[in-house]
Design a protein around this ligand. Structure first.
Ligand code: ATP
Length: 234
């Protein structure tokens, strides 16, 4: 579904990604791992069109998309839950969700609706008339996930999925992601909680200074504690 082939990206004259190769298939759940500043957010920004591809190829379902602006990529089915949530502070919960609404790309798929998002996150139902700015961090993250789901994404991308959340709220986010995976949702995720990622993801990709240095499944990662110490600082 998504392929990055030898992708470079830069901030001005400073190169941040070096020849990134990444593939993600339909229904796959993949994590991007690496210590701070290694290029995870930059990779996500490049996929979503918030940073240009300097060289290499970015393919979506076989077609080149590097020239498309972010909103066109969102329309193709790339849904982002950005770092720091970025909910609209002056819109209600319901309005935050409705502004993102887009029809499903796959006609056979069950569409995401307000009711379906509220069923996944009952806490949002209670807060549906509250302004985005009035929500707790955990509620804002649920809203950011709900907002991305309202676009009916073929691929859901989460940057720092549970950052700064209390343990109970983190659990709620993981529960939701496990349910999405079971329903066949493709997911690319960045998070710091390795054991939860290892339980959730089919595959992992480790970045080090803007380069892919390792990829494999959870079993491979568990069998290589040296790898975790070297690249993840755990
Ligand atoms: P973190 O977990 O800290 O967000 P990350 O793996 O997501 O880390 P990136 O944010 O992608 O890392 O950063 C990759 C590199 O690009 C770092 O060296 C960082 O300093 C640099 N960088 C990130 N944003 C910018 C920017 N707006 N301008 C210049 N350099 C940047």
């Amino acid at each position: 579904m998504l392929a990055l082939e030898a992708v470079d990206a830069r901030y001005g004259r400073s190169q941040a990604l070096f020849g990134i190769d990444l593939r993600l298939g339909e229904g796959e759940v993949v994590s991007l791992l690496g210590r701070n500043g290694m290029g995870k957010t930059t990779t996500i920004r490049t996929i979503c069109g918030l940073l240009p591809v300097a060289s290499g190829r970015l393919l979506w379902r076989g077609a080149a998309i590097a020239h498309l602006p972010p909103h066109r990529r969102a329309w193709l089915g790339i849904g982002l839950v950005p770092e720091g949530r970025q909910v609209f502070p002056n819109l209600t919960v319901a309005e935050n969700l409705l502004v993102a609404e887009a029809p499903p790309r796959d006609k056979a798929a069950e569409a995401w609706t307000l009711a379906r998002v509220y069923a996944m996150f009952p806490r949002l139902t209670e807060r549906k008339a509250s302004m985005g700015a009035q929500l707790s961090g955990g509620e804002q993250q649920m809203l950011a996930i709900g907002r991305a789901l309202m676009t009916n994404p073929r691929l859901l991308i989460l940057d720092e999925a549970t950052e700064g959340l209390a343990p109970l709220l983190r659990e709620e986010i993981w529960r939701c992601l496990i349910a999405l995976k079971a329903a066949g949702q493709s997911i690319l995720i960045v998070d710091k909680h390795l054991s939860e990622l290892m339980a959730l993801c089919h595959r992992h990709i480790i970045l080090e200074r803007g380069r892919v240095v390792w990829s494999g499944d959870s079993g491979d990662l568990a069998r290589e504690p040296g790898l975790q110490a070297r690249y993840l600082g755990v």
